[in-house]
Design a protein around this ligand. Structure first.
Ligand code: BGC
Length: 803
């Protein structure tokens, strides 16, 4: 059910283009939306993530510090176990929280909810990569005080976060105490009524492994019992004040505090700098990890806060240079939302090297910090076109887990490799095979993302060094999973799979899966043959590593050429799978609005036996492999499936928007886009408190670039067919293409292409080929004319009516 759950009161959340924040304090709202605010104001760098809980530690829902890939195993218990079910899950862990700073004025604790707040501002500065909070208040004794806190999670040093905390007694001297803490909280109990939430741990997870305390510094360390990881986290401080301050400290296994006491002289700020270091490693000695934390803190103190902040601003500035999307003519809030979204993509990926990108980035624990296909299909396109280096690192992470994927294929009795549906460490962590292991399409999704990366970035070296091995093993897997069916005239069929639509499970010949597997098989064959021909040495290495047989590429090609693709001649659509059209349609008219998402109200079997779709499936295939469908097929398929799609997954509306745009459904494309773009800041799914929806955010980028600007990149040929919504004036963005940088400015009637880096790039605008060179860097062309909006071939979609 799509609707905005949170329309922020405009007098609290003003729609600024480069900041997101609140300008008025309301204790009730702060309490009610504590969880949402923790996500919306979360800071992260792809490695370290800190939820946006205020320094006082209250109000709070799920405060926390998350490290990408820092997890503990958790036994998965099944009522009835079967062969091949994963026995161990993996869950990201909440680490000790070093953001807590408690303030006491004349013996009374400062809590905004209990104070008389005179002015307030909390701002996520999207240009600087900082979170700023400014409050002035009157203390119960009538003193006027002011607090300014600025925090950041460093993009430059990924193990570092820093806080500048400034207290000012405005009208008279005040005795203050500042207690700066590092607290290990018991893990959250988990939520077993919503399968999307993290499963909790019954017992203590982090085992204390020693502390280190010197002066203003405290470092704690822990081990996990089963995953074998060692964690170190620490804090260090600097204090600047005109008054006399003393300090004392405690440093225990689960709690450390450095407490500063003194007189804040009227009009003279007391400034505290707090540096936080987080490290973890596999099988390291705890003393070693504490040393790493100490080095991070040494480095931070040596460089000082100002220089850390300066580097943050410079790095975030570079990100915007590559990734900004400017919107003219749309509501100011939409520009703000787009920038907040893009910033989330930076926060989820910038320093993730060596790890994947989890479904909620590092903004929340929902889905247990697992990596899904979200990264490859929804986030990688953005990275490929704006930060190819990071796209490469994420694909390299998949390569690094290839051995585990090989082992999983062997366990399941298959050749080649099959990647896990959900994972942190490379092993399958999905407990429900029907919507987990059966989503074999993840193998083809990875191959698809690899191909896009190689074609758009031109990084063939990556393909030969790592990518080809992934392709060989996944092609082998597909060849082994499917078979040439006599009953289907010798066509290659793949049975017993689940496509992206998780409301239809374990089916035969899911169109999406078969099409994507076909691409995977073809790309593997093409790559192996091209390497054999042109790169003998790399080919020899590949053959050594994979035992590639001379005949294999031919066999993969044969499976690809004969791939069975379901088609219904009567409806002239592609059935989503062999049995989909035989099912009864879901009774949408009698489904109460509060029964969405359906997965929380109906047994899976009730969903599986009906025509009801969780998220774009065939429609996604029509976007990803759009050159393999005719315009008529696209329209009829869309018209058939759109009314059946609940969008109960946030991965859906962005894709529907792109395809609606292509077909010419202007209104629908815009409506879907708005839902995708505001998924988090309007809390469309009602669960933003558990983290930002990173795939949907990547999808919203795609809905702008592939949707309204009409970009297509099949086979690495970059083409544009811009169609801007009538109410927008202009959209500007940049794309990195094979070492070139292309600036694109789409207006209502025309589009301007400017080559700002590189000196020879050919693109297509509609049917026209445009070559941009050093001597002709810019070209402006009229946008293709917009045909009148077509009428749907089947019943209209229920979505706009229900929203
Ligand atoms: C969707 C999956 C997605 C996962 C994590 C599920 O609700 O159905 O496609 O990968 O969420 O975002």
């Amino acid at each position: 059910m799509l609707r905005e759950r949170q329309q922020p009161p405009p007098d609290i959340f003003s729609p600024e283009p480069w900041t997101f924040g609140a300008v008025r304090y309301d204790a009730q709202i702060a309490k009610k939306y504590a969880g949402q605010a923790e996500t919306m104001f979360a800071l992260a760098n792809g490695y370290l993530g800190i939820r946006g809980t205020p320094e006082e530690g209250r109000p709070a829902q799920d405060p926390g510090v998350l490290l990408n890939g820092f997890y503990e195993h958790r036994p998965i218990t099944y009522g009835e176990l079967a062969y091949g079910f994963p026995r161990l899950g993996q869950s990201i862990l909440n680490c000790p929280d070093g953001t807590v700073i408690k303030l006491f004025v004349d013996g009374e604790p400062f809590l905004p909810a209990q104070a008389e707040v005179l002015s307030f501002r909390q701002v996520l500065n999207l240009k600087a990569g900082t979170l700023v909070r400014e409050i002035s208040w009157a203390s119960p004794a009538g003193r006027r005080m002011r607090l300014r806190a600025l925090r950041l999670v460093s993009f430059d040093q990924r193990h570092l976060a820093a806080i500048r905390y400034e207290v000012l007694a405005e009208d008279a001297d005040a005795e203050i105490v500042i207690s700066s803490e590092l607290q290990h909280r018991a893990p959250l109990p988990g939520n077993d009524s919503d399968p999307r939430m993290a499963v909790g741990f019954a017992d203590r997870v982090l085992q204390p492994a020693g502390t280190r305390h010197e002066e203003l510094r405290a470092i704690l360390s822990y081990t996990t019992r089963s995953s074998g990881l060692v964690l170190g986290c620490g804090m260090d401080h600097g204090l600047e004040t005109m008054g006399r301050f003393t300090h004392e400290a405690v440093c225990e296994a689960d709690f450390a505090a450095v407490v500063f006491k003194g007189l804040a002289e009227s009009g003279r700020p007391v400034r505290l700098w707090k540096y936080l270091g987080y490290h973890y490693a596999d099988g390291c000695d705890p003393a070693g990890i504490r040393s790493r934390v100490a080095w991070t803190l040494d480095r931070a103190k040596q460089s000082g806060f100002a220089s850390i902040l300066e580097r943050q601003v410079a790095r975030v500035g570079r990100f915007w240079g590559n990734a900004d999307i400017e919107l003219e003519g749309a509501a100011p809030r939409l520009q703000q939302v787009i920038r907040w979204n893009l910033f989330q993509l930076m926060q989820a990926t910038e320093r993730a090297e060596g790890h994947g990108v989890s479904a909620r980035g590092l903004t929340g624990q929902s889905y247990e910090g697992h990596y899904f296909w979200d990264a490859e299909i929804y986030v990688l396109p953005f990275l490929i076109y704006t930060q190819p280096r990071i796209a490469r690192a994420l694909l390299k992470f998949r390569y690094d887990t290839l051995d585990r994927a090989r082992a999983r294929a062997t366990e399941l009795g298959h050749r080649g490799a099959t990647f896990p549906w959900r994972t942190i460490n490379g092993d399958e962590a999905s407990a429900y095979y029907a919507a987990g292991t059966a989503q074999y399409h993840i193998n083809a999704d990875i191959a698809y993302a690899l191909r896009k990366y190689v074609e758009v970035s031109g990084d063939e070296d990556f393909l030969r060094r790592y990518g080809a091995e992934i392709l060989v093993e996944t092609a082998r897997f597909w060849r082994d999973l499917g078979f040439f069916s006599e009953r289907r005239g010798g066509r290659f069929c793949i049975n017993g799979v689940t496509g992206p639509d998780e409301y239809t499970a374990v089916v035969d010949n899911n169109l999406f899966t078969n099409l994507m597997a076909r691409e995977n098989l073809r790309y593997a064959a093409d790559t192996a043959e091209a390497m054999r021909r042109d790169h003998a040495e790399a080919f020899a290495a590949l053959s050594r590593r994979t035992g590639l047989g001379a005949e294999e590429p031919r066999v993969w090609r044969q499976a690809a050429e004969r791939m069975y693709l379901p088609w219904d001649e009567r409806l002239r659509i592609h059935p989503q799978d062999d049995s989909f059209l035989d099912k009864e349609r879901w009774d949408f008219a009698n489904t109460p609005e509060d029964h969405y998402p359906l997965l929380l109200h109906y047994h899976p079997l009730n969903l599986y036996r009906k025509q009801v779709i969780k998220q774009a499936d065939t429609v996604l295939a029509m976007f990803l492999l759009g050159d393999q469908f005719t315009p008529e097929e696209k329209k009829r398929n869309f018209d058939y499936y759109d009314p059946l799609t609940t969008h109960d997954s946030s991965l859906s509306v962005c894709i529907q928007s792109i395809v609606a745009n292509e077909i010419g459904y202007e209104r629908k494309a815009l409506d879907y886009f708005r839902f995708a773009a505001t998924m988090d800041l309007s809390d469309i799914g009602g669960n933003v408190m558990s983290g930002a929806h990173i795939a949907s955010i990547g999808g919203a980028w795609m809905a702008l670039v592939y949707g309204f600007a009409g970009v297509r990149d099949h086979g690495g040929r970059i083409s544009f067919r811009p169609r801007l919504p009538a109410e927008w004036r202009r959209v500007r963005f940049a794309l990195a293409i094979r070492g070139h940088r292309l600036r694109v400015e789409v207006a209502n009637d025309q589009t301007t292409y400017s080559l700002v880096e590189g000196d020879d790039l050919t693109i297509m605008h509609g049917a026209e080929s445009i070559r941009l060179t050093a001597s002709a860097r810019t070209a402006t062309r009229a946008n293709p004319s917009r045909p009148p909006e077509p009428a749907p071939d089947f019943a209209p979609a229920p979505m706009p009516a229900r929203s």
